[in-house]
Design a protein around this ligand. Structure first.
Ligand SMILES: Cc1cc2nc3c(=O)[nH]c(=O)nc-3n(C[C@H](O)[C@H](O)[C@H](O)COP(=O)(O)OP(=O)(O)OC[C@H]3O[C@@H](n4cnc5c(N)ncnc54)[C@H](O)[C@@H]3O)c2cc1C
Length: 382
């Protein structure tokens, strides 16, 4: 019996039901749930997986849109008990993988430093989940992607070996197919002294993109978010396209802290509002800025809601489940040389839609680190 050697484990029906899905809404089923407290527990879970032949679905906050944390008759490894800070040396912080990004920054707030990769759902996303999906934050134009902010990671691979590495390609964006990330040494930076914003409205998409091209040249701009007409209406901003710009200087017209907070809150709530309207199938192709307007027009003509990080080029598309435009949309993405996935991972949602070379990379790393396919079996590729 597994409970004889791991303390926190359950196969009660109501516990298993909680873990059937994640933010993707795709349904699966859990065989058992394990909450490891340390690396030793993770190793025991791997041994248990070997014995029972169930694969392990690694779960952080369960906020992924790709269905990466959806079990398929799997052992769920919920990392939430591995949520401790391990070390802090002013320029870096080392934390366990289950730490939620908001808790990390709240813990640091008395200093003048923070971890700057903050996704919209920062109150839920964990360090492990963010690394595994290579997510981007709200200030992506200024701070770039996660890889710049990670110094070292510890993970336990499919053979139970503890690995310590700074080689990003092994774990970053690998969606748990190479191992369980147990802790990470993250780089910190100074909290900006000054933040201002602009809320710009436009009748047509071309003007939004032209504005974004200009804004990209401005060093003080930290974020450029596009909202289509549907999202603008949903947020009560009226029937126009909008561009929300954040500056880490005094260049924005919105200077009042409360107004900035309420605009940020509006953005944070947007994905959830769209999910509540049944736009649950979320996609994230990434484009060069020269090509993005063609894609935005295509979505607009079909009344498909979208918002975009134009500083980075990722367009967040919300379709309905089994949407009739899904395949056509991916043909358009391909014709415009879009990259899939942008930042949300492949999981179950985008399986079969990624480039063959990307799959080959996944397969060769898996062969090295998880040859028995202990983790996230059937995700990303079959
Ligand atoms: C409202 C909302 C807003 C969002 N905003 C953004 C955004 O701004 N930018 C962005 O990039 N994404 C965004 N996302 C997507 C999502 O938050 C990110 O993918 C996030 O990084 C997932 O973190 P998580 O802890 O919830 O991971 P989970 O959903 O639990 O897992 C995601 C994947 O990572 C794997 N994984 C989790 N923990 C580990 C670990 N310790 N070791 C190995 N593999 C692991 C899982 O198996 C799964 O494949 C948003 C999602 C929602 C619901």
């Amino acid at each position: 019996m597994i409970e004889e050697y791991i303390k926190h484990v359950s196969n009660r029906k109501y516990d298993l039901e909680v873990y059937e899905t994640d933010a993707s809404g795709i349904k699966g089923n859990a065989a058992v749930v394990i909450w490891p407290e340390d690396e030793d527990d993770v190793r025991k879970a791997i041994m248990y997986s070997k014995r029972t032949k169930h694969d392990i679905t690694i779960r952080g906050g369960g906020s992924g849109f790709a269905g990466g944390a959806v079990p398929q008759d799997s052992i769920v490894l919920d990392m939430s008990r591995m949520n401790k800070a391990i070390a802090f040396d002013k320029k870096t912080v080392t934390v366990q993988a289950g730490v939620v990004i908001d808790s990390l920054n709240m813990g640091l707030v008395k200093g003048e430093l923070y971890f700057p990769i903050i996704p919209l759902n920062f109150k839920v996303a964990t360090v492990g989940g963010m690394l595994a999906t290579n997510c981007i934050g709200l200030r992506s134009k200024h701070y770039g992607r996660l890889d710049r902010w990670v110094e070292e990671v510890r993970f336990i691979d499919g053979l139970g070996r503890l690995q310590k590495t700074n080689d990003m390609k092994i774990f970053l964006g690998r969606e748990g197919t190479t191992g369980v990330i147990t802790s990470a040494k993250l780089k910190l930076t100074e909290i900006p002294d000054l933040v201002t914003m602009n809320l710009l409205s436009f009748n047509n998409i071309t003007d939004c993109v032209d504005e974004a091209i200009k804004l990209k040249e401005n060093h003080d701009v930290s974020n450029i978010t596009f909202l289509d007409r549907i999202c603008s209406r949903v947020l009560g901003l009226g029937d126009k396209n909008h561009v929300i710009v954040e500056y880490l200087s005094n260049q924005g017209k919105i200077e009042n802290e409360e107004e900035i907070k309420s605009l940020s809150k509006l953005l944070e709530g947007l994905p959830t509002v769209l999910l509540s309207k049944n736009f649950v199938s979320v996609h994230d192709p990434m484009f060069k800025i020269e090509n993005v307007d063609k894609f935005l027009y295509w979505l607009n003509e079909r009344k498909i809601p979208c918002y975009a990080d134009l500083g980075f080029g990722v367009v967040y598309v919300h379709l309905k489940e089994d949407d009739r435009y899904l395949n056509e949309m991916y043909n358009v993405v391909e014709s415009l040389k879009g990259i899939v996935p942008g930042c949300l991972g492949v999981g179950l949602r985008k399986k079969g839609r990624i480039d063959k070379q990307i799959i080959l990379d996944f397969m060769s790393l898996r062969q090295e680190y998880d040859p028995r396919k202990t983790f996230n079996r059937g995700k990303v590729y079959d």
